[in-house]
Design a protein. Structure first.
Lengths: 295, 221
């Protein structure tokens, strides 16, 4: 009697869980269709831009210099400038920026909540299974950010024995753990803003991740003159533009737009404006996703 | 999906081990501190009562996220508990969770004290026990037995609250889950469901155990 009641209770719990999950699923799909591409005639982003003249583009809301949403809702940064340029080349005049986090970029593309993602999106084999990438439009490198007066950290090896901060879920933090293990006194906080605050406050001596992200923080008005990017490279992070899986027509169109941006100087201008500390970089080769790292 | 479990299984287990460690240490700390606070709140000395009331009202009415961030990023900038950063933040998180949960333990215990008939304390005093002896030998044992089930609820809440320690870099279950979501954006819902199930596996036995204990140890009056 007792055990059968327990079993019934367990069954009820399972059923309730299933209900909640299915409710979640249907809910997200209905909100998805509200902003989705149902009005456009073709499946490709190239057709949608031509016909609807409107695109939803996923960008980071919290990365200064790359994609940052101001309190008034305006977006700025290198990714945002690239997104604007590409969307205009494709024929879209109305661009709706959607804040995306690293964790929901794939889901937003799959559900059609965004037509493309320009959000410090590193091209990796795992991601290529679920997303089609155009580009790359930038090759970033893992680098180190220190206080302006620091002279002891010049390369990755100098991090040994030092207090270092990196982001949760970032490849940069993983790389430090792989390379140095417990030799580097590493803490991983939810956002790089937290890390930069720890650096300014003196609790850590270095922050490490993509040089683009570090340069963005160093260029913020309140941090001017207080921080510097060391300029030592220890990886290639190949930023691509994410499109819905299988949209080869879209990839070709976006690649064309990027080539134009590289050639007419707009790419350089956007880089210098948003990320002055890394603007000496040259544009990458379109379609080359596998760029081995050389020290 | 199978790939995911085989490659990340070890990390997931480590994360839940961390959740357990944070929970157990905070629970022990909160039980001790909460008992002291409850004793203060029923003490005959007005100053003790005031301090106890003040503590409970501040901690109980402040969001836990704020407390944890204060411990990690605020207190952490002034004091260093351990040189290794991950250990340092681990203890700061335990401190925050202990301080917060103790307020709830205190209130539960105080409710328990109210279930003990007044005559019990009076009898204890009349045979010559002082306040601490009365509390320790007569009142608190009965009070605890009256509130075992609600203490179980506090413990369940604590286990779930440990997820907030991720905000200061403690690699517990929520931290690991969010990391995995970043690199496995294609299986977001299964990951959520898996972690939810894991938490249920942790907390359901706690509820059942405390319910059983409450029945077994109930004070017959």
């Amino acid at each position: 009697m007792r055990s059968s009641r327990m079993a019934a209770a367990a069954g009820a719990v399972a059923a309730a869980l299933a209900l909640v999950l299915s409710a979640c699923g249907s809910d997200s799909s209905t909100t998805g269709s509200g902003t989705s591409t149902s009005t456009s005639s073709g499946n490709s982003i190239a057709d949608k831009a031509k016909n609807d003249k409107a695109l939803n583009i996923g960008v980071k809301p919290d990365q200064p210099g790359l994609g940052l949403q101001s309190s008034s809702g305006q977006y700025s940064g290198f990714d945002v400038d690239v997104a604007n340029y590409v969307a205009n080349k494709l024929g879209a005049t109305k661009i709706n920026f959607v804040p995306t986090l690293s964790a929901n970029r794939e889901a937003f593309l799959q559900q059609g909540k965004v037509d493309m993602v320009v959000a410090t999106y590193s091209i990796t084999p795992e991601r290529q299974k679920v997303v089609s990438f155009a580009g790359p439009y930038y090759v970033a490198h893992q680098d180190i950010l220190v206080r302006a007066d620091n002279t002891s950290i010049k390369q990755a090896d100098d991090l040994k024995g030092k207090k270092v901060c990196s982001g949760q879920g970032s490849a940069s933090g993983d790389r430090i753990e792989e390379l140095y293990g417990s030799q580097v006194n590493l803490i991983r906080l939810p956002g790089y803003g937290d890390c930069v605050n720890q650096l300014l406050g003196g609790q850590v001596e270095a922050v490490t991740t993509d040089n683009t992200i570090l340069a963005g923080f160093a260029a913020q008005p309140q941090n001017q003159g207080k921080l510097k990017v060391v300029g030592t490279f220890f990886s290639n992070e190949i930023y691509g533009i994410g499109l819905k899986k299988g949209d080869t027509k879209g990839v070709t169109a976006v690649d064309g737009a990027l080539r134009a941006m590289f050639q007419d100087g707009q790419w350089r201008a956007a880089l210098t404006k948003n990320l002055p500390q890394v603007s000496s970089e040259t544009p990458p080769v379109i379609g080359k996703f596998d760029i081995p790292f050389q020290q | 999906m199978g790939d995911f479990v085989s490659s990340e299984g070890h990390t997931i287990l480590l994360a839940f081990w961390m959740t357990l460690k944070v929970s157990a240490l905070s629970a022990a700390g909160a039980l001790v501190l909460g008992t002291v606070l409850a004793a203060m709140r029923v003490a005959p000395l007005p100053v003790l009562r005031t301090v106890g009331t003040f503590y409970v009202n501040i901690l109980r009415n402040t969001p836990l996220t704020l407390i944890i961030l204060f411990c990690g990023l605020g207190l952490g900038s002034i004091i260093t508990v351990a040189e290794v950063q991950t250990t340092n933040y681990f203890w700061l998180a335990v401190l925050g969770l202990t301080a917060y949960t103790a307020a709830f333990v205190c209130e539960v215990l105080r409710a328990g004290v109210n279930t003990v008939p007044f005559g019990q304390a009076e009898a204890a005093r009349s045979i010559g026990l002082n306040f601490t002896q009365t509390l320790r030998i007569v009142v608190l044992p009965q009070a605890f037995r009256a509130v075992i089930a609600p203490l179980g609820s506090v413990l369940i809440a604590l286990i779930k609250n440990t997820t907030i320690a991720a905000a200061i870099g403690v690699p517990e279950a929520f931290y690991t889950m969010r990391n995995q979501l970043q690199s496995h954006g294609d299986i977001v819902i299964p990951i959520f469901a898996g972690y939810a199930l894991f938490f249920v596996v942790l907390t359901l036995p706690v509820g059942l155990f405390f319910g059983w204990l409450a029945k077994r140890w109930t004070v017959a009056r």
